[in-house]
Design a protein around this ligand. Structure first.
Ligand code: FMN
Length: 446
């Protein structure tokens, strides 16, 4: 009898056990209330995903600084006290309870958006250095953080992790991928500091390594602590695959339970399988033996190289769509967990059905979502706005599907990509305005 690798439990270094090998990758939900607290919609959404059979659910990013969100509608735990309970704790408890109702794990992804916080959220983003993200003027120039601010943020990551544990989340994941704050410290393009937090790789990785240590100290040895890391920024002069391998060697000495591999940033959105700005792109796939089937996943070749230097269990996310490729990837030993994100927005039972073998492939909409494939926009177009609409339109479509699931409905497959694009901006701007009004009321009351 052959073993069903997808169904195998995984014991993590801390002793916790994932009931199977499929994880739902983090997806920003955008359904927080005007205080940036979780809502009933989080509970409905994660209850539905818990019923869908993945052994691990990772939340969308939960922000440690309420002023600098990845998008309006993010949950933020700020202030996050070192002891006791923050505001919004009941809602966090309800979210955690619903999201673990089938005995699966639910980990909170903890994040800071850094320079990738849009203007309609803040005109004062922060980063390692004052290096602006150039994407159609939608991102303001960041201010370089002071050392005191970096240390404060490390403590905030730890405090939020402690609160997540107290609320009933069964683990945490630190977000250091995709160009957000911790990830931007790793890149020589965005980190041009000359102090102890910039320059040589060891200094650029200091913020990340100290954050992991602080988080572990806050939650104790028996609680899962994970990290999402770029295999490569795919950006000329940016955090490279070779640098990633070195950071992984340092991470071996920290007590991490799962290392999730992704890649790219807003400039190079490889995490979603898209290419970005051609002028600054860098491509250097590592020379490894990658099987054809594994190639549907964007980062398996990178994971193969990482596996060789890494003693932490690995999760690889991005592009996995067929059961055969998932099983091959597990069989190769180059990943221990398969991360899946977009397919779960339209079919929340994907994990259960893949594990049972009821489906051999996820239901996939990426292809028809690309305007390029309908001949409207060329992926090779030198016109950046068209590329951006292509990427954001596709992404917006999934945001809308998440709203439907959070309202207890099924996905709306009739939604068009341009319709989703406009709905997205309408929603983001009105939510941002609502947040600003609430902030003013709070300031007045204080
Ligand atoms: C709607 C949406 C929201 C996302 N939000 C996050 C997030 O909050 N944090 C994160 O690390 N990745 C986020 N991602 C990236 C996914 O976790 C994942 O890496 C990516 O979608 C590739 O996996 P897939 O091909 O299975 O969709 C998001 C992706 C989508 C589509």
């Amino acid at each position: 009898m052959t073993t069903n690798l997808l169904a195998q439990p995984l014991t993590l270094p801390c002793g916790a056990v994932l009931p199977n090998r499929i994880a739902k990758g983090a997806m920003t939900e955008g359904v927080a209330d005007e205080n940036l607290h979780a809502t009933d919609r989080h509970a409905t959404l994660y209850g539905r995903w818990s019923d869908g059979g993945a052994g691990l659910l990772i939340t969308g990013n939960v922000l440690i600084d309420r002023r600098i969100l990845e998008r309006p509608g993010n949950v933020s735990i700020d202030p996050a006290p070192a002891e006791g309970e923050p505001e919004g704790m009941e809602q966090l408890r309800a979210w955690a309870k619903a999201g673990t109702r089938n005995g699966n794990h639910l980990w909170m992804q903890i994040s800071h958006a850094g320079r990738q916080s849009p203007r309609y959220v803040t005109t004062e983003p922060v980063g390692p250095s004052a290096v602006q993200l150039d994407l159609m003027g939608n991102y303001a120039k960041p201010r370089a953080l002071t050392e005191a601010e970096i240390k404060d943020y490390i403590q905030r990551f730890a405090n939020v992790a402690r609160i997540a544990k107290a609320a009933g989340f069964t683990g945490v994941q630190v977000h250091s991928a995709h160009g957000y704050l911790l990830s931007s410290f790793l890149s020589p393009v965005t980190n041009q500091r000359t102090d102890a937090w910039g320059g040589p790789l060891k200094n650029r990785a200091r913020f990340l390594l100290e954050t992991i240590r602080a988080v572990r100290a806050a939650v104790g040895p028996e609680f899962p602590v994970a990290l999402k890391l770029n295999s490569d920024d795919f950006r000329q002069g940016g955090f490279s695959h070779e640098e990633c391998l070195q950071v992984v060697k340092w991470l071996n000495a920290e007590s991490l339970d799962l290392l999730e591999i992704s890649g790219g940033t807003y400039e190079q959105p490889r995490l979603l399988g898209h290419s970005g700005d051609a002028a600054t792109a860098r491509d250097a796939a590592p020379a490894v033996r990658e099987s054809t089937r594994q190639r549907e996943a964007y980062f398996m070749a990178y994971a193969e190289a990482i596996r060789q230097v890494c003693n932490i269990p690995l999760m690889v996310t991005g592009g996995f769509r067929t059961r055969a490729a998932m099983i091959d990837a597990l069989e190769s030993g180059n990943t221990n967990v398969i991360g899946i994100a977009r397919p779960l927005c339209t079919d929340p039972d994907t994990a259960k059905d893949l594990i049972s073998g009821r489906i051999q492939e996820t239901v996939t909409h990426e292809k028809h979502l690309r305007l390029a494939d309908r001949g409207l926009f060329s992926p090779a177009s030198p016109v950046m706005p068209l590329k951006v609409i292509n990427v954001i339109g596709g992404q917006a479509w999934y945001y809308q599907q998440i709203f439907h699931l959070a309202d207890g409905q099924s996905a709306n497959l009739k939604l068009g990509v341009l319709g989703a694009f406009f709905k997205y901006f309408q929603n983001e701007i009105s939510t941002a305005l609502r947040l600003k009004r609430a902030e003013k009321r709070r300031a007045k009351a204080a």
